[in-house]
Design a protein around this ligand. Sequence first.
Ligand code: SAM
Length: 364
Amino acid sequence: MRYPGLGAGRSCDSVTTALTPRRPAAPLDLLGRPLKSLRISVTDRCNMRCSYCMPEQDYVWLPRASILTFEEIDRVVGIVSTLGVDRIRLTGGEPLLRHDLPTLVALLRCHAGVRDIALTTNGILLARHAEQLQAAGLNRVTVSLDTLRAERMLAFARSARHPDVLNGIAAARSAGLSPVKLNVVVLRGYNDDELVDLLEFGRQQAAEVRFIEYMDVGGATGWSSDQVVSQREILERLSRRYGRIEPLPDKGSAPADRFALTDGSTFGVIASTTAPFCRSCDRSRLTADGQWLLCLYGESGLDLRQMLRAGQSDEVIAGQIVEAWSVRTDRGAERRAESPARGALYQLESLRSDPHREMHTRGG
Ligand code: SAM
């Protein structure tokens, strides 16, 4: 495969890594969980201001010089893919704000061990890029769509680009990205009266909807438990309209519990707040500036940027990654669920003093 954006002479044939490409057994952590997935935040910037993620007026941004280049991200992916990571998700911030994202996709596609490359996006810029992304090797896309009402999105996420999001979803399908999924964060008093409408919209678009419980992640400074609509309540409300809802078996390491309506159409619920899936979590995360995190709630990570820029070899970096993963015990969402007086995870000042705690920095 050759991709024009890869630069002179570069093709998958010319990609080499110091490590032997193979399908190795992924390293296991102390709870027996394999390292299989890497979610990469390609930018901490976003063009929406969703109240559950970026509610503030201003933010502390990562210094530009600290943001990993495509070559650095590619090198990290090359290393982890030789360790057993076979799923990559590009996220952010809003990943489509990163200039020339298809070039990164094309680079990552070259790693033999990477079987799946996905993108999570708010969809605003998707119509413009869907075809190029697909041509570069992106497999699938998840679009965040919390409401079908443009005026709600304007009030809640400070964006008037609702029509662009809908166009983006259609463009992703036309471009052949498959499957297209729709992420819906459900908030009481905001969009909990749209569950059926959103599910119907997903059915029309042949896009599986995944309802997400509102999480107390960094950035959700206004989080309170009374705004969370639990998986149980979501199912109750949907069954009032659709009747019997069957759970589908075997979700593996995927975050969503999947369900089928009697006509066979399916949807998912990600119950990270009331029924966390830490026990099967095989994900790690790379912040836009190269901190490798073992948990969405992790306090700190391994500084891969420092290692990359200090000229460490692939073997040394791989060794550090395996060592960190092999002592991993994180189960952040479960620990939060056990906490009796649960409120927002961080206060504003602690987010300002370390923006790595923000959801938009570590990638959703
Ligand atoms: N900008 C992209 C987007 O909107 O999809 C990618 C980044 S965003 C942080 C990734 C996902 O995290 C989105 O689906 C978003 O709805 C979800 N998210 C953000 N904050 C959340 C919260 N407090 N609870 C649950 N989901 C959240």
